[in-house]
Design a protein around this ligand. Sequence first.
Ligand code: FPP
Length: 247
Amino acid sequence: MMPHGKLSKLPTHLAIIMDGNGRWAKARMLQRIIGHQRGVETVKKVVEECSNLGIRYLTLFAFSAENWFRPKTEVKALMLLLKHYIIAETRRMVEDNIRFQIIGNRSELPVDVLHYLDEASRLTAGNSGMILTLALSYGARQEIAAASKRIAVEVAAGRLSPEEITEESFARYLDTTNLPDPDFLIRTSGEMRISNFLLWQLAYTELYFTEKNWPDFDRDELIKALVHFQSRERRFGKTSDQVKGRV
Ligand code: FPP
């Protein structure tokens, strides 16, 4: 097991694209849903580990706006898994001082699932520890279009002038308004795509891809990724010397 005593520079906001549940199951001749079930176990472990490590914000891509087009049985099973997960984990989040929230198109989620998600958000709203955000029925282009629409309404109503639209003010209309931009993104299963996740917010984020499928992503893999993050130099368009304060 890898020690994490040297994890001095943690990402403030870690975002994860959890991918490869289906392939994990297929490789074992199991149904896809078994892969998702194992994926939920990984979610529980990663949430606990990140909270223990002191990561301030963890955002997980749990269901994309495009995932609705999967076979009905799989969508239904994923929603059921989500419901069971949130019912089972809310108390632990309360105890572990984790604040829970969702982003995405909430109007598309089944009402019973939404009820438990809102309950979890309400019961953990006063917590001061890690903010856990689940992206559900989420698509970044939809998010940006919706933000633009809200801004247009404000301008049309005379409450906002076009000059007031800046990067900072625009970001306040996004779903992630209470979150800093992620400084580290992990995607599992070897795919090297962003897949319509946090397009605006990932502008300067360090990207990390691992071949491991999500059900196989364990504590050691997380620590390995975080150690890798420590070695990356974030320059934000400046030169290496500028960042190191040599000029
Ligand atoms: C990708 O695997 C995973 C998803 C569709 C979403 C992740 C879902 C979970 C971890 C389970 C539910 C989540 C919570 C928080 C309860 P895939 O099906 O795309 O895998 P594949 O690309 O190998 O087919």
